[in-house]
Each structure stands twice: as structure tokens, then as C-alpha cells.
Ligand binder design. Structure first.
Ligand code: SAM
Length: 263
């Protein structure tokens, strides 16, 4: 890296923790899909990950920090000239309508943690995004990838399993970054296979997990008639005392059909 990278003072408000551990960078690149679609990177920062990505495929990168944008424009002059890299300066959330790019893409990023959950939910809903490979806070990665019965199993896990499969590629300690974040991190992989379900389903999930330690039937009664909930659980062979994290994704879908569509 040039002089400027050493001079750049990380900005906390933008969640800037630069990934310096090369072995983790390699693991991210190894986990990328072999398909030939374009890569969207959110928050290229000082370009440590971007360097690897442009070697593999064309990249569109979104960076909010204007100082970093200037730096990246210089550092990646050649790649920008040949359109190997397209750099978009500004807040990615402003650029993201229902689709981030107007062609199929994979999302690969070391995300700013303060908006990580929001970004993943947007990517899950984005029909052009087929694959999500992101570094995030470990605790959040565990929520997205939890399976029924895990204590972390919640609405985020069900939404994820509805569209595909999630797994953790590697756990990453704070020392892998400069500056080191206060929390542990993990690289999360989500392979999308289906499109995200409708809004009503997610509202039902939100109700189901409002109080994770209470029974599912109590939580659902905030949205549906008590009696309707009781018979729906009975129909699926679920005991009335069952807790929300003990119910499988497929059962949530059946429950939704029974409660909303009376099927
Ligand atoms: N990719 C670099 C790396 O791996 O070292 C930097 C990752 S750092 C955790 C997050 C990056 O996201 C920073 O460069 C930050 O400026 C950028 N960022 C933060 N909020 C953003 C937003 N709303 N839109 C686009 N980029 C953002």
C-alpha cells in the first residue's frame, strides 16, 4: 500500500476496520462461487480485498468515505480505466433501490458492522443477488446461520433458510483488523436458491420471535386469535408449550399458510 493508506485515520462513524490478515483474505476468495457473474463490493476501504477481487472478476464497489474514494481512484487507476473496477462514491443504501445492480451479481464484502444486518436483508430480497459472502460481527453471523433448536435461531435464520442456505466460513479474531474492532467477527456465506418470501410472512415471524423465551403460541397471539393459533399448532402436531426457536423453517411456512390463508 502507498503512503496515503498509512496516513488514513480510520473513521469510526463509517465502521472502518481494515482487514489485514492475508490468510483471511485468501479464505474469502476461496469461498467465492465459480460462476462468472460480476462482484458487488460494499466498502472497499483501502482496497485490500478489492485487489484480490479484481484479479478474479469485474467489480462494482461502493464507498461512502470521500477521502477513501480519492485514494481508491488513484490506487486502482488502471483497473478503473479498463472497467475491471467501477467505483461508486456515496452511501450504498442510497444507491440501493430494489436491486443494487441491474444484472446478476454476487456480494462480497467486509461490511461496515453498523449497517450489516440491514445490508444482508436487502441482499436477500434483491432478485439480482445470488450469493452473499460477507464479514460481519460473529454474533450476527450466528443468528443468520442458526438452525432450529439453536439458541440463536430466530426470524433472521428463518428468512435466510427461506431463500437458501447459510454457513460460517471462518471465525475471525479482532487482531485480524486494523484498528481491531471490539467484537469477534465471522465470514458468513449465504447461497440463495429461491426468492425472499412476502412481507406478511415476515410480519408473522416478527410476531413469533417477539419474546424468544416465551411460548410460540403466546407470541403469535399478539397477531392472531388465540383459538386460531391453538388449532394451527395442533394441526401441525406442535405441542402448545413449544418455544419459537424449536420450530423448523418448513413448519413456519405451513403455519403461515394455515394462519393467513386458512389452508
Ligand atoms: N473492505 C475494506 C477491508 O476489508 O479492509 C474495508 C472494510 S470496513 C469494515 C467497511 C468499509 O465500508 C469502510 O471503508 C467504510 O468507509 C465503508 N462504508 C461504511 N458505510 C458505508 C455506506 N453506507 N456505504 C458505502 N460504504 C460504506
Amino acid at each position: 500500500m502507498g503512503l496515503m493508506s498509512k496516513e488514513h485515520v480510520a473513521k469510526k462513524k463509517f465502521g472502518q476496520n481494515f482487514l489485514k490478515d492475508r490468510s483471511v483474505l485468501y479464505k474469502i476468495v476461496e469461498a467465492m462461487p465459480k460462476s462468472d457473474v460480476i462482484i458487488a463490493e460494499i466498502g472497499p476501504g483501502l482496497g485490500d480485498l478489492t485487489k484480490f477481487l479484481v484479479d478474479v472478476k469485474s467489480v462494482v464497489a461502493f464507498e461512502v468515505d470521500t477521502d477513501l474514494c480519492q485514494y481508491l481512484n488513484r490506487e486502482f487507476k488502471k483497473e478503473i480505466k479498463t472497467s475491471r473496477l467501477t467505483l461508486k462514491c456515496g452511501d450504498v443504501l442510497d444507491a440501493w433501490q430494489s436491486e443494487l445492480l441491474d444484472e446478476p451479481y454476487v456480494l462480497v464484502a467486509n461490511l461496515p458492522y453498523y449497517i450489516a444486518t440491514n445490508i444482508i436483508l436487502k441482499a436477500l430480497a434483491d432478485p439480482n443477488c445470488g450469493y452473499i459472502l460477507v464479514m460481519i460481527q460473529r454474533e450476527v453471523a450466528e443468528k443468520f446461520s442458526a438452525t432450529p433448536g439453536d439458541k440463536n435461531f430466530g426470524a433472521l435464520s428463518v428468512i435466510t433458510q427461506t431463500v437458501g442456505e447459510a454457513s460460517i466460513v471462518v471465525h475471525v479474531p479482532p487482531e485480524a483488523f486494523d484498528p481491531a474492532p471490539k467484537v469477534d467477527s465471522a465470514v458468513l456465506l449465504i447461497e440463495k436458491r429461491r426468492s425472499r418470501d412476502d412481507e406478511e410472512f415476515e410480519l408473522m415471524l416478527r410476531a413469533a420471535f417477539t419474546q424468544p423465551r416465551k411460548t410460540l403460541s403466546k407470541n403469535l397471539s399478539s397477531r392472531y386469535e388465540k383459538e386460531q393459533v391453538r388449532t394451527a399448532l395442533e394441526q401441525l402436531g406442535l405441542v402448545p408449550t413449544i418455544r419459537p426457536h424449536q420450530v423448523a423453517t418448513t413448519d413456519y411456512h405451513l403455519l403461515f399458510k394455515i394462519l393467513e390463508k386458512n389452508i
